[in-house]
Design a protein around this ligand. Structure first.
Ligand SMILES: [Zn+2]
Length: 414
């Protein structure tokens, strides 16, 4: 059926590249409203990528905003509407980049694993080539589908066994001690200190390490569909709780709530060079939805950030200043940061001090609010363990704040 093979990385122009896949074929069927694009060799392509064909097909649906139909038994994979083969091949490149290639070495020999952190889950690419584990951007809509349909069956016919997966579990999760975090902003995270705050954070850190070890063991043991499903449910409710917060001021949990709309709109916002226009557009959207003054809008706003958050904060600072107008807003912002670094990008944990520093230096966060936040674990925005993890990572910054306050001297430029 396949009329030819291409490199899995089509940007690699190497005839001897090891990783090849059949070129994706398409066939238009039907007419009028019933017109659809059939993907006759989707299962062959997906097999070459070691991913279930439902993932690639659903990915097309997410990207094109089209309905899809997946019939694994009869190997029928369909995207509604008429779609150009080249367009779909380009989208497939996007899928490969986001859900297959190791982010570190760009090798396609990866396995998707679902890693439980606290009550929530992240999807990680586990690279067989370099051993790195790199997180999937959890804001992509396909991640919801993957969590609901975990990649267990995909292991069939692959070298990986449950034993392999379990053996690899120890390395993930992004455990970070303040000592190996980024302490360069000042203070000396390695130094012994008797102050109460440090003691408290160290005690929590020790406890956290224990909890994390236990959780990883759980995950290694239980990858049954039932267990995965149960964790998915937990994730959904914890995310819903995160968005709604404790002091809810209305019925926001439906799909049409202004917060959901704001979040979806931000997720689809195109990249632009014109940062000022982008800031204005975001504010106007919030205004249009009537939530520009709400602290929960700040929580949603944080989803605009990516793994480059440290560099992005100054760009969005004018917008943040406009929307973060009270202590409550600052707490929502910190809650959003907890979710960003605790759940979406666990690799960012070592950068928490830099993130807080950037927000502090741009006068978006007040010293009192950050200190109060940093010393009180809360379940309001994430699960307790994630909350602890993030606060633990913030220790060097909190220490710097306190010391800067004590001697009233500049320690941020040493
Ligand atoms: Zn790799």
């Amino acid at each position: 059926m396949a009329s030819g093979f291409v490199n899995i990385r089509r940007d690699v122009d190497d005839k001897f590249y090891r990783y090849r896949m059949p070129i994706l074929l398409t066939k238009i069927e039907g007419k009028g409203n019933g017109i659809k694009t059939v993907l006759p060799n989707m299962s062959d392509v997906a097999r070459a990528l070691s991913r279930p064909p439902s993932y690639t097909t659903k990915f097309f649906g997410c990207e094109l905003g089209a309905q899809t139909s997946v019939d694994e038994k009869n190997e029928r994979y369909i995207v509604n509407g008429a779609h150009d083969a080249n367009r779909l091949r380009e989208l497939l490149d996007g899928f490969i980049d986001k859900f297959v290639l190791c982010k570190s070495c760009k090798n396609p020999e990866t396995e998707l694993i679902i890693l439980k952190v606290g009550r929530t889950e992240d999807i990680i690419r586990d690279c067989k080539a370099c051993g790195e584990r790199t997180p999937i951007d959890m804001r992509h809509k396909l991640t919801t589908f993957i969590l609901k349909n975990p990649p267990i069956k995909a292991r069939k016919g692959k070298k990986a066994t449950n034993g392999d997966a379990a053996a690899g579990v120890g390395g993930g999760g992004g455990d970070v001690t303040p000592e190996n975090g980024n302490g360069e902003e000042g203070g000396d995270p390695g130094a012994e200190s008797d102050d109460e705050l440090t003691k408290k954070i160290k005690a929590e850190a020790a406890e956290l390490n224990q909890d994390a070890a236990i959780e990883k063991e759980d995950w290694a043991v239980d990858t049954s569909p039932e267990a995965v499903k149960a964790r998915q449910k937990a994730l959904e409710s914890s995310m819903a709780a995160a968005v709604l917060g404790g002091d809810d001021d209305g019925d926001d949990d439906d799909e049409n709530s202004p917060y959901t709309q704001f979040g979806n709109w931000i997720m689809d916002v195109p990249e632009t060079e014109d940062q000022k226009a982008l800031n204005i557009a975001i504010y106007k959207k919030a205004e249009e939805l009537g939530i520009e003054k709400k602290h929960k809008a700040v929580l949603i706003l944080v989803t605009i950030f990516t793994e480059d958050v440290v560099a992005e904060i100054p760009k969005f600072a004018p917008l943040l200043k406009k929307m973060v107008t009270s202590e409550k807003h600052q707490k929502a912002l910190l809650g959003g940061i907890e979710r960003l670094v605790g759940l979406a990008y666990p690799d960012l944990l070592p950068q928490v001090p830099k993130i807080l520093m950037a927000l502090y230096q741009d006068d978006i966060l007040d010293e009192e609010v950050v200190t109060e936040w940093g010393t009180h674990v809360s379940k309001k925005y994430t699960d307790k363990d994630t909350s602890k993890r993030v606060r633990k990572a913030s220790a060097p910054f909190l220490k710097w704040l306190e010391e800067a306050d004590d001697d009233d001297s500049d320690e941020d430029d040493d």
